[in-house]
Write a protein that binds this ligand. Structure first.
Ligand SMILES: Nc1ncnc2c1ncn2[C@@H]1O[C@H](COP(=O)(O)OP(=O)(O)OP(=O)(O)O)[C@@H](O)[C@H]1O
Length: 880
C-alpha cells in the first residue's frame, strides 16, 4: 500500500508515455484500496499484476502487461513509424534511459517460464505434469505418484510462481517482445544485461534462443540483432576504437592480438561469402526479420561488436576464432618412429568463416593415415576481482548490419556443431554464449571518457540432467559432470547471494550501520559463474528463461529446474553503468601444457552422386592461458591446478556417490515396498487364522466344560449323589440361562452366578469320575486334548510363527494358565502325592444383553483369590 499515491501516478504517466512511443501500453496501476477488499483476496495473479504495474510505474522494469497479443501487435511499429534513415530522425522506440531512472536501482531477477508444445512427430501421450494456473503460477503434478511408495525430494504436487508463464501456443515474436525487448532497451541505454535459457534437454532452449527454420520462428538472438540494428541503423560510427574486456576500449591499431579489427573481420566474410551462404543454406524468411526499432540517444554514435564462445567441459572456446592447423606430413625416422617433418603451423582452412566451407577442398589424407592437427585453444578468464571477468583472446567482430550479425551467429553455430561432433559430444552439451557489445561515442567528442560500453550476453545453457540419466562412464561422466557442475555452481551462487542479501537487509534494518559478515559466493567453482559474476554482483540485469517440456523428461529433473528458478526470483541485481577506461593491451601469455590429441575422421559430401571426401584430423584442445594475476608465480599456478584437479575429482566422486545413493535408495524402497505388501498379506492371513483358531479353541473348551458338566458333579454334589441330582442341576442351569435370555433387557439383573465345581479327585478316585483315563499318558492326553487338536489344524510352515503370535496375542489369556495349572495338578506326580481334592470352579452367568450367547466365566481356585476371571463366549449350547 502506498502512502504517497500522487507521485506514483505521476511516474506511471511518464512511464506510460515513454512506452507509448513504441505503442506498448503499460496498464495503469491498480488502485490500492485503503483496506482489504474482495479484490485483494483474489489469486496471486492479480497481486502479481498489481506488483508488475507498480514496478512499471517506478521504471525498474518495463514489463509488457497482458493481453500479450494486443501488445505484440502494438510493439511492432507501423511502416510510418520506422526509422526515416537520417541521423537524429529516430521516431520510434522507447525513450533513452536516464541515469537517474536506473542507476543503482535494485531489481529482482526476472524468471519467465515457457512451456513447450506437444509436437506432432514425437507426440507424447499421457497427461502433462504441468498446468498453468494463471499467467504467473503453474502447478506440477506427478501423476505417477498415486499409489506408489517411493522416496522423492519434491512433493508430488507443487506450485511455482514466475514473472510470467508463457503457454505452449506462445509465438516467438510475442515471447521476444515480452522478455527481451526491455533488456535491449537497457543495453542501448548503456546498461549491461544477461539472458539465459535454462531447462532439461529437449525442452526448447535452443528453439527459444535461436529459433526454428519455419517462417516467423526466429528466436531471441536473431531478433535482438534485428532490433539493435533497426535502432542504431544510421547512427553508426566510423571511429576505429574497439572494446577490450569488460569496460575498456582501445584504438584498433594498438595491438591486434586481442580482437579482430573490423577490416579483418569483414574481409574474412567477404572472401568466403559464397561458400558461406551455400553452406548456411537456410533461407532467412523476410517474415523472420523483426522490424521493431527502439528509440536511442541521437547525441551518440554507435558501433556493435559480437563474439561467440562456448563452455565445454569447463573450458572456454572461441566459436569464431581461427584454429591452427599443423602440417602433418610425417615420415618414419631411422628408428621406425613417426616424426614430424614440419612442426610449423599454417593458417587453418578450418578457421573462422572458411573453416568448414574449405573442408571439402582440402587434400584428402585418409589414405596416408596421418591426420591433420587441428588445435583448439581454450581461453582464459581475466579481470580483477571487483570488475568481473572477461574471456581473454575472444574474437570480437564488428558487425554493421543485422544480416552480417546473423551470419556470424550461424557461423558460430556451425563451428559449435562441428566441434561438438569432433569432440564426440552433442552441441547441446556445451553452453553457448553470444555477446553483443554496444559502444556509444558522444558526437563531436574525442575524449575516451565520452565512450560508453554496454553488453548483452545471450546464453543457451546445456541441458540440465541428472547424471543418472546419461551414460555415466568415462568421458561421458566427465562431460555430464561438468555440465551439471556448472549449473549446480550457478545454483549455489544464487543460494549464497540470496542469503547474503537477506543478511544485509536484516542487519541494515536492525542497526542501520553495521555491515554483516557475508559468505563467499563460489563464482570461481565454474567458468560459467566466474564469467557472469559481474552480472550478479550488480553490473547488469538478469533475465532467466525456464524452458520445460511437460510431456517427456522426468518430473524430478523439471522439479530441480523449477526450484532453481524460484531461487533466482529472490535475488536482486543492481543496474549500474560501468566506469570506462582507456587501456593498452597486455599480450596474451602463450604458456601451454601438452594435451593428448584426439584423432577423428571427417566425411564431407557424398550426396547426389558426389564423391565422399574424407579427412583425418587430430584435435588438440590446448589448455587455457593462465590468468593474468597468476602469471608470475608458478607455485600459484601449480596450486590452482591442484585445486582444480581435486575439485574435479571431488565432484566426480560426489556425482558417483549421488548416483549410487539414488540407485540404492530406489532399490531399498522397492524392497521395502515388496516386504510391506508381503507382511500385510501375512498378517491378514494370520489374523484370520487366529480368529478361527480361537473359535475352535473356544468350541473345544465349551465341549470340555459340557462334558465336565455331564460327567462331573455340579455345585454341592458329591460322588455319592445320584444321577437324578445331576440332571436336576443341569436343568436348573438351562432354565436360568433361558430365563436370562428372556430378561435380556435388564442388564443389571442381580442373578447370582451358578457355580460348577468340577471335582478333580486324587488318583484313587479318578477312575470313578471318568474324567481321567486310567494310565498316566491318557491323563496327559486328556488335559492337552484341546491344544493337540487345534495344533493339528495349523499350517506346518507357519506353526512356529503362529505359536509365537499366539503367545503375544494370548498374553492375558488366563485360559492357558488354567490349562497349565490343570497340567500341573493332573500330572501323575501331583496326583499321586496329593490326597487333597482339587476343584475347578465354573461360574456360569446369565447374559447381560439379549443375545443368543452366554458368557461363561471360568475361575480356578487361584483366580478366586484375586485374579481376573477368564471369560469364554459360549454360543447357546443346545444341551446347556
Ligand atoms: N515453442 C516451440 N514450438 C515449436 N517447436 C518447439 C518449441 N520448442 C521446442 N521445439 C522443438 O522441440 C525440439 C527440441 O527443442 P530444442 O532443441 O530447442 O531443445 P533444447 O532444450 O535446446 O535441447 P538440448 O538441451 O538437447 O539442446 C526441437 O525440434 C524444437 O524445434
Amino acid at each position: 500500500m502506498s502512502s504517497k499515491p500522487a507521485p506514483q501516478t505521476e511516474r506511471v504517466t511518464r512511464a506510460s508515455a515513454r512506452n507509448q512511443n513504441i505503442a506498448v501500453t503499460a496498464e495503469p496501476p491498480l488502485k490500492t484500496p485503503s483496506r482489504p477488499t474482495r479484490a485483494t483476496k483474489t489469486a496471486t495473479t492479480e497481486r502479481q499484476v498489481s506488483k508488475t504495474s507498480q514496478r512499471t510505474a517506478s521504471g525498474k522494469a518495463r514489463e509488457i502487461t497482458p493481453p500479450l497479443k494486443k501488445n505484440l501487435d502494438a510493439a511492432r511499429p507501423s511502416k510510418a513509424t520506422k526509422l526515416s534513415g537520417s541521423k537524429g530522425a529516430v521516431t520510434a522506440g522507447i525513450a533513452p534511459l536516464r541515469r537517474s531512472e536506473h542507476d543503482g536501482e535494485k531489481e529482482v531477477i526476472k524468471a519467465y517460464l515457457r512451456i513447450r508444445p506437444n509436437l506432432g512427430p514425437e507426440q507424447q501421450t499421457g497427461t502433462p505434469y504441468l498446468n498453468a494456473l494463471s499467467t504467473t503460477t503453474v502447478e506440477m503434478v506427478d501423476h505417477n505418484a498415486a499409489g506408489g511408495f517411493r522416496y522423492r525430494a519434491t512433493p508430488a504436487q507443487t506450485q511455482y510462481t514466475f514473472s510470467h508463464v508463457f503457454p505452449a501456443d506462445t509465438q516467438q515474436g510475442e515471447f521476444f517482445a515480452k522478455t527481451t525487448l526491455p533488456l535491449i532497451q537497457d543495453v542501448l541505454g548503456g546498461y549491461s544485461g544477461l539472458l539465459f535459457a535454462y531447462g532439461v534437454s529437449n525442452s526448447g532452449k535452443t528453439y527459444t534462443i535461436q529459433g526454428g527454420s519455419e517462417q516467423g520462428s526466429a528466436g531471441i538472438l536473431p531478433r535482438t540483432l534485428d532490433v539493435i540494428f533497426n535502432s542504431v541503423k544510421d547512427l553508426q560510427t566510423e571511429r576505429s576504437i574497439r572494446p577490450v574486456g569488460l569496460s575498456t576500449v582501445e584504438d584498433e591499431d594498438e595491438d591486434a592480438t586481442l580482437t579482430e579489427s573490423p577490416r579483418h573481420a569483414s574481409k574474412s566474410f567477404g572472401e568466403d561469402a559464397d561458400l558461406l551462404s551455400s553452406m548456411l543454406a537456410e533461407e532467412v524468411h523476410s517474415a523472420d526479420f523483426d522490424d521493431t526499432a527502439l528509440e536511442v540517444d541521437t547525441d551518440f554514435e554507435y558501433s556493435i561488436w559480437v563474439s561467440f564462445a562456448e563452455i565445454y567441459n569447463d573450458k572456454i572456446f572461441d566459436l569464431l576464432s581461427d584454429s591452427e592447423l599443423g602440417d602433418t606430413v610425417q615420415t618414419k625416422n631411422n628408428q621406425g618412429l613417426a616424426a614430424p617433418l614440419n612442426t610449423g603451423t599454417r593458417r587453418s582452412p578450418f578457421s573462422s568463416s572458411t573453416n568448414i566451407a574449405n573442408l571439402a577442398s582440402f587434400p584428402s589424407n585418409s589414405d596416408m593415415g596421418d591426420p591433420f592437427t587441428l588445435k583448439r585453444r581454450a581461453l582464459a578468464l581475466k579481470g580483477g576481482s571487483g570488475a568481473g571477468k572477461y574471456i581473454a583472446g575472444l574474437r570480437e567482430i564488428r558487425v554493421r548490419t543485422s544480416a552480417e550479425a546473423r551470419n556470424v551467429v550461424k557461423m558460430g553455430h556451425v563451428n559449435r556443431r562441428v566441434f561438438g561432433t569432433l569432440a564426440n559430444h552433442a552441441s547441446s552439451r556445451s553452453h553457448g554464449i553470444f555477446t553483443i557489445k554496444v559502444l556509444k561515442f558522444r558526437k563531436g567528442s574525442t575524449q575516451q571518457e565520452s565512450v560508453q560500453l554496454s553488453r548483452l550476453s545471450i546464453v543457451d545453457l546445456a541441458g540440465s540432467e541428472r547424471t543418472k540419466n546419461t551414460q555415466t562412464t568415462g568421458e561421458r561422466l566427465k562431460e555430464a559432470g561438468n555440465i551439471n557442475k556448472s549449473l549446480m555452481v550457478l545454483g549455489q551462487c544464487m543460494e549464497v547471494l540470496r542469503s547474503n542479501q537477506k543478511k544485509t537487509v536484516a542487519r541494515t534494518g536492525a542497526t542501520g550501520i553495521r555491515t554483516p559478515k557475508l559468505a563467499l559466493v563460489p563464482y570461481r567453482h565454474s567458468k560459467l559463474t566466474e564469467l557472469f559474476q559481474d552480472y550478479f554482483e550488480g553490473h547488469g540485469k538478469v533475465v532467466m528463461i525456464v524452458n520445460v517440456n511437460p510431456y517427456d523428461t522426468g518430473f524430478d529433473e523439471n522439479s530441480h529446474v523449477m526450484k532453481f528458478s524460484a531461487l533466482a526470483r529472490e535475488i536482486t541485481t543492481t543496474a549500474k553503468r560501468m566506469p570506462l577506461h582507456h587501456t593498452s593491451n597486455a599480450n596474451l601469455n602463450d604458456a601451454k601444457k601438452p594435451v593428448q590429441p584426439r584423432t577423428v575422421k571427417i566425411s564431407v559430401g557424398g550426396l547426389n552422386g558426389r564423391k565422399l571426401h574424407e579427412t583425418q584430423l587430430q584435435i588438440v584442445e590446448e589448455d587455457s592461458d593462465k590468468e593474468e594475476e597468476d602469471l608470475d608465480d608458478p607455485l600459484v599456478d601449480a596450486l590452482f591446478e591442484e585445486i582444480e584437479s581435486l575439485r574435479r575429482r571431488l565432484f566426480e566422486a560426489e556425482t558417483r556417490a549421488a548416483v549410487i545413493e539414488a540407485e540404492v535408495r530406489e532399490e531399498v524402497m522397492k524392497e521395502i515396498e515388496v516386504r510391506m505388501h508381503d507382511m500385510e498379506r501375512r498378517f491378514a492371513t494370520r489374523l484370520l487364522d487366529e480368529a478361527e483358531h480361537q473359535e475352535r479353541k473356544t468350541d473345544r473348551k465349551i465341549d470340555l466344560l459340557y462334558k465336565a458338566g455331564q460327567f462331573g458333579h455340579s455345585v454341592g454334589t458329591s460322588e455319592d449323589e445320584d444321577d437324578e441330582d445331576d440332571d436336576e442341576t443341569s436343568s436348573q442351569v438351562t432354565k436360568q440361562m433361558t430365563e436370562g435370555d428372556d430378561e435380556s433387557d435388564e442388564e443389571t439383573s442381580p442373578i447370582a452366578p451358578i457355580v460348577f465345581k468340577i471335582q478333580r479327585p486324587s488318583a484313587d478316585h479318578s477312575e470313578d469320575l471318568g474324567l481321567f483315563d486310567h494310565d498316566e499318558q491318557s491323563a496327559e492326553e486328556t488335559d492337552s486334548q484341546i491344544d493337540t487338536e487345534i495344533e493339528t489344524d495349523s499350517e506346518p510352515e507357519d506353526a512356529a510363527t503362529v505359536n509365537e503370535d499366539e503367545e503375544s496375542l494370548d498374553d492375558n489369556d488366563d485360559d492357558d494358565n488354567w490349562e497349565e495349572e490343570q497340567d500341573e495338578q493332573s500330572s501323575p506326580d501331583s496326583r499321586r502325592t496329593s490326597s487333597a481334592t482339587v476343584y475347578d470352579e465354573l461360574e456360569v452367568c446369565t447374559p447381560r444383553k439379549k443375545s443368543s450367547n452366554v458368557w461363561v466365566e471360568l475361575a480356578t481356585p487361584r483366580e478366586r483369590t484375586g485374579h481376573a476371571k477368564t471369560g469364554v463366549l459360549m454360543t447357546n449350547h443346545p444341551e446347556v
